[in-house]
Structure formats: C-alpha cells, structure tokens
Design a protein around this ligand. Structure first.
Ligand code: PTT
Ligand code: SF4
Length: 602
C-alpha cells in the first residue's frame, strides 16, 4: 500500500541482532499504523512478562500520515507493556524522529532484549548500529540531546531518556528536542531496563505516495485553513494554556491534589500572564500552529510550558508562580519524568503531610520541597522511592485510607481536569485504554457546553465517538489532533489525505471500525495481562464520588456513584463488551479478531 515505508525494523539488544521485516497488507488495512501497529505487535509478542524484564519490547511506530507534508504530521507513538500499570501503555510524541524514521525506510521499530552495557541505536537508512553509550549514561536528557546533535548532526531525529528512565522510575517518559515528552506510563523506564539511552534516526529517502501532487495541494490548503481560522491568533498567543482560565472558571482546574476545582491565585499564572513571560515558541515538525511556549524559569533558564504541566505543577501542588512551575517543568524534562504524574505524586505527598500520615512537613506551595522531591523521584531515593512508582503504589504502601485521594485510574495519574462536576469526563478517564489520560476522549468542553450534570446515554455515545476519532484515528494515523480540536480544522480533510497518500478510500465509518478493533484488542490485552482485570479498573478515585469541592459554583457537587455505574454499563453495552468490560466473543469475531477470545477465555 502506498504511504507506508513498508518495513519494520527489529533490534534485539541481547543478541546484538538487527532484522527487517515486511509489514503485511492486512496489518496496514486493519490496524492503520501507530497505536494500531503497537497493540497488534504487543498482543502477538509480549505475553505475561515483567515490563522491566528483557522479555518486554518497546515499539516506536508511525502511521500513513506521519511525516507527510500536511499539518502537524510529525508525530510518533511509543508503546510497551507499562511498568506503571502492568497493562498497555503508550504516548504520542512530536519529534523529528517520526519524519526521519519513514525517510529511513521504516514505519516502526521494535526494540527487544537487553544490552549488557549502556547503548544507543544509530539508524541511518539501511545502516543500523548499536553503539556504546557509557559516556551518555547518567546525563540529563538535554545534555544527551546536545551531545548527540553534535555527533550526528542537528537535524537528526533523537529520542532519549533522562536519568529517571535509567533508574527505572515508573513515571518516566521518553524525551525529544528538549521539551517534547512521550510515553507517560513509564516508557522511559522500559528503555532504561534495556540499557538503551537513545535512538538517533537519519533518513534520506522518501515514501512513495499514491498521488504526490494531490498530497502537496491538500497539504497547502490545510496549512492555509489553519492560519485563516478565527481562533488561530488567540491560540498562537496562549496555546494549550488557554485551557487554564477556562478550567478555573468552570471549576475543573486541579487544585490541592484535586480537592478543589478553582485556584485562588489563578490570575497570577494564567494564559495572559504567560503571554507576558513568553520569550519563544517551539513545537513539533510540520506544524504551523506551534504550541510550546518558552519562558525564563525562576533561575533564568529557558523552559517550556503547556497547560497540563502548569495545572499539575502549579495549582495541584499549591504553587502560584509560572517561573517556579517552569523550573519544575524543566527539571522534569531533564530527568525525563512525566509532569502530570510528578505533580500528582507531589500533591499526594503534600496532602499526606497535611493529614499527618507522614512525619515530614511539606506544605502546599513549598517550591524548595517540590524541587527536592523531583530529584528524589528521579533518583529513586529516600521519599522518592515511595513516589517513583506512582500514587497507586504510594497509597498502597501508606494505607490509612489514602487510596481514596490517590488520583489515578488503572495506576496512571489523572491529567489536569478535576471531575467532581463533570461525570462524562470522569467516565472518559475511567475508560481510557492507558489509564487516566485525557487524550482519548476530551469530552469535557462538549459536556460543559451542553448538559453538564446529566448522566445519559447520549453522553456515553459522544464519548465513544471521541474515542473513535482521537484514540482510534489520530493515534493510528499518526498525526496531531490539535488542529482539529483547537482551531476547528475540518475533520473531512483526513479521509482525503488518506486517499491521496494510500490510494484507498476510507469513510469515517471505516475508520471508526478500525478504532473499534484497536480498542477491543487493547481491552483484551489488559484482560490477558492482568487476569483479575474487570469493572473496578474503570472506576475513578473515591474523591470524586465522596467529597465535593468546598469553593465556587461547583462547590457541593460530586459524581453520583450509581449514575456513574449506569453510564459505565451503557458504555460496555455500546462497545459490545460484557459487564466486566471484556469484549464479547461475537464482538471480537465481528472485528476480525477471532483468535483473541481463546486467550482471554470468552
Ligand atoms: C502527553 C502529556 C501532555 S498532554 C503534556 S502537556 W498536553 C505533558 N507534557 C510533558 C512535558 O512537556 N514534559 C514532561 N517531562 N512531561 C510531560 N508530560 C505530559 O505529557 C504534546 C502535545 C500535547 S501537550 C497535547 S495535549 C496533545 N496530545 C496529543 C496526543 O496525545 N495525540 C495526538 N495524536 N496528538 C496530540 N497532540 C498534542 O501533543 P504523551 P508531545 Mg506528548 C514539556 O506524549 O505521553 O501522550 O503525554 O508528546 O510531543 O510533547 O506533544 O496540554
Ligand atoms: Fe506539536 Fe503543538 Fe503543533 Fe500539535 S499543535 S503538532 S503538539 S506543536
């Protein structure tokens, strides 16, 4: 099929062996790319293994739209069995590595085994080398990015882990370009467990498209439409930080470990404050609406800010200064820690301290303590040992009812949306296939603008529609969804892009079916890897059901447990899964996944 490089690169670090495999036509047709390729490979090849053992594998996968001359296409999926959740984990990263990988002639790389010594991969078209990385080990992700750029050229695609990944910290991510982070559920630790510090990718070829001139024409029109959007100017000023004031107004900003939904100091750190501090803009390749805002942090160094980072390292831990948040953000980037999980872990500990569950006194907003904790987590030392496996583990260790306010689903920390008064978004976190991520179904804006407090089937249908488009299509195609979400870029463009690139006509109905197939296999994966996996894995934390916020117009409101259960039942029904959230045999058969039912005994 056109639009694909057609090959998968497999690197076995235990044996120092490199091989190249054809990607079958059925794989491209049925799973599209990115997340679709990743789950199919993990389903087939990674069964009931310890995520940090050499039996685990890590997949770096692009899709047919990745790296093409069209809006915001420089994305790549990084996936593995997660050491944080023990289930499927992935992240979507914007990086030159995505563009170079396809130019080098590969749609995906699978790394398996474990190198005896620290190493990195150098992929230059046909040539693939496993190189010594002892001199890079222990260095920050920024230093290694610089060193590798110097060694292999500034335009190389570079994926790297920081010391947190080396130390097998389970909330560690993969980093690229000093500010792109991907793979929240511990993908950095998986690389670390393989002694793999980095991948450097340089490609010089080109993927053959069905109709190149049509791709160029559509791409040009796409870029023009984005630039002429009415919301483009404001987006360029604030980027994802435009969500900050909106969340605060609507009582869904996470404050004080998700206890509150408004932050009394929000005016001191919202998107308008960011506009004044902004010194530069950064982003992913192929993008003309770059959203990374660079500011000077509290020590004068450059640091990038996004909404999630500010929400979780600001209000969620009681910090009210953007430069201080930027310092924590930069530290997280250098150590290779996920900012969302980091903010949740620090907030959890501050609350534990306030409640007298630990001896240390760490007050809300204590910037020095937050810096110390970031280092301790990155090193997996001292108090960091309690937090480096995430808040689920920390609450199990600490006990004393702390699981009620350990803010995670399936072991992955909740991203920056407080859902006491957003039941649909609570269900979105509950049913996300990697744990509590907003990426699959950001239903919250639709929910707040329609019938916010209701628990009806229409909401569940809308949620599934979002999952099909965002978690199914965008994650597999693999391109950035923000043009569509944030500046109203027409969704109709994507089937047109696919047609011009692959030569195949696919309607949204066809694409939804691919999404449903991917979701069913993701579910089956959780079930196979965690035998007692079931309905309670789809519950958000007790805090949203049992305590309401004390302030603002959302004060006094909480999620009604019975009604949540009803929505969850509808969700399973609509997806063709049983009431334990496991796909039914007929659903698997209908989606062409007939062999799967045997492995999960349905
Ligand atoms: C994503 C998650 C997010 S989502 C943010 S801010 W966001 C955090 N960013 C981090 C960071 O920075 N440094 C760090 N050390 N940890 C971080 N953890 C958090 O990671 C990201 C953008 C953003 S910014 C969003 S919403 C969109 N996400 C997309 C997605 O998921 N799929 C898709 N097809 N397109 C998307 N476009 C947008 O991409 P993860 P990135 Mg990210 C400093 O990776 O694991 O999915 O976690 O990849 O290149 O940084 O792009 O307000
Ligand atoms: Fe990257 Fe932001 Fe552009 Fe999306 S909008 S491609 S996340 S810079």
């Amino acid at each position: 099929m056109n639009g694909y490089a057609g090959k998968l690169l497999r690197v076995n670090l235990s044996e120092g062996r490199v091989s190249k495999e054809e990607i079958s036509e059925s794989m491209k047709r049925d799973f599209l790319g990115g997340r679709g390729f990743a789950i199919k490979l993990l389903w087939d090849e990674v069964k009931q293994v310890d995520p940090l053992s050499e039996q685990n594998k890590i997949v770096f996968a692009t899709g047919p739209l990745s790296g093409q001359l069209l809006p915001s296409s420089g994305k790549m999926v990084i996936a593995s069995k997660s050491p944080l959740t023990e289930g499927y984990g992935d992240g979507n990263m914007g990086t030159m590595a995505s563009v170079h990988l396809k130019k080098a002639g590969y749609d995906a790389v699978v790394v398996e085994g474990k190198s005896e010594r620290p190493c990195y991969l150098l992929i230059e078209d046909e040539s693939v080398k496993i190189l010594e990385a002892s001199d890079l080990w222990g260095k920050s992700s920024f230093d290694v990015q610089d060193l590798l750029e110097k060694r292999h050229g500034g335009n190389s695609g570079i994926l790297v882990i920081g010391p947190a990944g080396e130390n097998l910290v389970r909330i560690s991510t993969v980093m690229s370009q000093k500010g792109r982070a991907g793979g929240r559920p511990g993908m950095g630790a998986v690389m670390g467990s393989k002694n793999l510090k980095a991948l450097v990718i340089k490609g010089t070829g080109n993927v053959s498209n069905f109709d190149d001139s049509r791709v160029r024409e559509l791409g040009r029109k796409g870029y023009e439409e984005i630039k002429s959007s009415g919301s483009y100017p404001f987006w360029m000023k604030q980027g994802t930080m435009q969500a900050f004031e909106w969340c605060n107004e609507n009582g869904c900003l996470p404050a004080y470990n998700f206890r509150e939904g408004i932050f009394e100091f929000s005016r001191e750190m919202d998107g308008y404050v960011l506009e004044k501090l902004d010194v530069d803009r950064k982003g992913c390749p192929m993008c003309n609406m770059q959203c990374g805002h660079i500011v000077h942090d509290s020590s004068g160094q450059r640091a990038e800010l996004d909404y999630e980072n500010v929400g979780m390292l600001g209000p969620n831990i009681g910090i009210r200064s953007l430069p201080q948040v930027a310092t924590l953000n930069r530290m997280a980037d250098e150590w290779g820690l996920d900012t969302i999980s980091l903010g949740s872990c620090i907030g959890f500990l501050m609350e534990a301290s306030e409640k007298g569950l630990i001896e240390e006194r760490i007050g809300w907003g204590d910037f020095e303590a937050a810096q110390r904790l970031t280092v301790a987590i990155g090193r997996d030392e001292g108090m960091g040992r309690l937090l480096s496996r995430g808040v689920k583990y920390a609450s199990e260790k600490l006990g004393k009812g702390s699981h009620r306010w350990a803010m995670h689903v399936k072991g992955l920390e909740i991203s920056a949306y407080n859902c006491h008064a957003c039941p649909g978004m609570a269900l979105s976190f509950g049913t996300s296939p990697i744990g509590a991520s907003h990426k699959d179904a950001w239903i919250i804006a639709w929910e707040i603008s329609t019938d916010r407090f209701s628990y009806n089937k229409e909401k569940v249908e809308k949620l599934i529609e979002f999952q099909r488009i965002r978690g199914g299509f965008f994650e597999s195609a693999t391109v950035c969804r923000l043009p569509w979400v944030e500046v109203g870029f027409g969704i109709h463009w994507y089937p047109e892009y696919l047609k011009a690139i692959t030569g195949q006509s696919r309607s949204w109905e066809d694409l939804y079916q691919i999404g449903d197939r991917i979701y069913a296999l993701l579910r089956a994966y959780w079930k196979r890897e965690i035998p007692n996996f079931g309905r309670r894995w789809d519950w958000p934390p007790d805090r949203w059901f049992e305590e309401s916020q004390s302030r603002g117009k959302m004060g006094g409101i909480k999620v009604d447990r019975k009604s949540y259960e009803q929505m969850l039942s509808w969700y399973y029904e609509l997806r063709g899964w049983d009431q334990n959230g496991v796909p039914l045999r007929e659903t698997l058969d209908r989606l062409g996944l007939a062999g799967v039912s045997k492995e999960i005994s349905v």
